[in-house]
Write a protein that binds this ligand. Structure first.
Ligand code: UDP
Length: 318
C-alpha cells in the first residue's frame, strides 16, 4: 500500500514507519521535525519536511497515496495548559487541513493517533471506549475534537477511520526510542536516574488512593502499539469510525515501575517524593477487549521487557 505517515519522525511514528517498510509498503513521511528526528526515519521512506498548517504541502504529499496514518501533533499535557493555542492550531486545525486535502485527493482512509487523555478522570476502571470523555487539558480536548471530526468525515465524506487511543506507551525498538526534550515520561526519567548519579528520580505524590499511594498506569510496548496500527490499516471500512483503546489491561504503580527498573538494571534507584503533578488521574488502566475484537491484535510484551528495551536504548543514546 502507498501510505502517508504524518509525524513519522517521532517516537511512535518512526517505529510504525519501520514496520510498514518491513512489510513492503511504500511510505512517505510528512514531518516538520519540531519534535521528531530525521535520523529516526527509515531510509527507505520518502521524507517531506512540512507543516500541518501548510495546505499546499499536504496536498502534494497526498499525491498517489491510498491511506494516511496521522501522528503529527503536539503531545505534552503541561505545555498544552500554558500554550493552548499551539495545541488547537497544530492538533485540530492541522488535522482539519489534512482531512480537507484528503477529500480533494480522494484519499479516504485514515488511522489516527488519539489518546487516553480524552477520558480525564475516569469514573470506573478498566476504561472502555464508552466511558465519558471529559479531558482535563487542551491536549486531551484537541484530540477529542479530532476524534469527533473523524466521525463527521466518516458520515459526510465516506471516510474509513480508526482512532487509536493510547495509554502509556514506552520501550524502544533497537535505535528507535524516546528522545523527548524536555523528557517528562516516567520510564526514561527513572532510567536517567540510574544512568546519571546526579539525577534523582521524583515520585509525583505518594498519597493517591492506590495500593501503594503512587499513581497507576497501563504501560504498553511501542512495538505492540505499532502492530495495532499496521492491523488497523487492514480493518478500515468506508463510512465507519472505530475508536479503540490500546493498552495491556495491566496496571503498574510508579513504585512497581521503579522495582522493575531495579530488577532489570541491577541498580538501586534513588527516589524522592515531590508534590503531585497537576492534572494527573490516580489510575488509568484500559480494557483492550474491543481492540482485540476489531483488530485481531494482542499485546505480547510486559513491563520488564519494556524497561529492558528502554534501558538498552538509553545506554546507547546517552
Ligand atoms: N511520574 C513520576 N515522576 C516522573 C514522571 C512521571 O512520578 O518523573 C508519574 C506521573 O505522575 C504518572 C506516571 O508517572 O502518574 C506516568 O507519567 P507519564 O508522564 O509517563 O505519563 P502520563 O500518564 O502522564 O501520560
Amino acid at each position: 500500500m502507498k501510505i502517508l505517515v504524518t509525524g513519522g519522525a517521532g517516537y511512535i511514528g518512526s517505529v510504525v514507519v519501520a514496520d510498514l517498510i518491513k512489510l513492503g509498503h511504500q511510505v512517505k513521511v510528512f514531518d516538520d521535525l519540531s519534535t521528531g528526528h530525521e535520523d529516526a526515519i527509515d531510509p527507505a521512506a520518502t521524507f517531506i519536511n512540512g507543516s500541518m498548517l501548510d495546505k499546499l504541502a499536504l496536498a502534494s504529499a497526498l499525491h498517489n497515496c491510498e491511506a494516511v496514518i496521522h501522528f503529527a501533533a503536539k503531545s505534552l499535557v503541561g505545555e498544552s495548559v500554558t500554550n493552548p493555542e499551539l495545541y488547537w492550531n497544530t492538533n485540530l486545525i492541522g488535522t482539519k487541513n489534512l482531512l480537507t486535502a484528503m477529500v480533494q485527493a480522494d484519499v479516504r482512509k485514515i488511522v489516527f493517533s488519539s489518546t487516553a487523555a480524552v477520558y480525564g478522570d475516569p469514573l470506573s476502571s478498566p476504561i472502555t471506549e464508552t466511558a465519558q470523555t471529559i479531558p482535563k487539558s487542551p491536549y486531551g480536548e484537541s484530540k477529542l475534537a479530532v476524534d469527533d471530526l473523524l466521525s463527521e468525515f466518516c458520515q459526510s465524506e465516506k471516510f474509513a477511520a480508526i482512532s487509536l487511543r493510547y495509554f502509556n506507551v514506552a520501550g524502544a525498538v533497537g535505535n528507535l526510542g524516546e528522545r523527548h526534550s524536555p523528557e517528562t515520561h516516567l520510564i526514561p526519567n527513572i532510567l536517567s536516574a540510574v544512568l546519571n548519579s546526579e539525577h534523582i528520580f521524583e515520585i509525583y505524590g505518594d498519597s493517591w488512593p492506590t495500593k501503594d499511594g503512587t499513581c497507576i498506569r497501563d504501560y504498553i510496548h511501542v512495538a505492540d502499539l505499532s502492530v495495532a496500527h499496521v492491523k488497523a490499516l487492514t480493518k478500515l471500512t468506508h463510512g465507519t469510525h472505530h475508536i479503540l483503546n490500546l493498552g495491556t489491561e495491566t496496571g503498574s504503580s510508579v513504585l512497581d515501575v521503579v522495582a522493575a527498573v531495579e530488577a532489570v538494571t541491577g541498580k538501586k534507584v534513588e527516589t524522592q517524593i515531590s508534590s503531585p503533578r497537576d492534572g494527573d488521574p490516580a489510575i488509568l488502566v484500559t480494557s483492550n477487549k474491543l481492540a482485540k475484537e476489531i483488530l485481531g491484535w494482542e499485546p505480547v510484551y510486559d513491563l520488564p521487557k519494556i524497561v529492558e528495551d528502554a534501558y538498552e536504548f538509553m545506554k546507547a543514546n546517552r
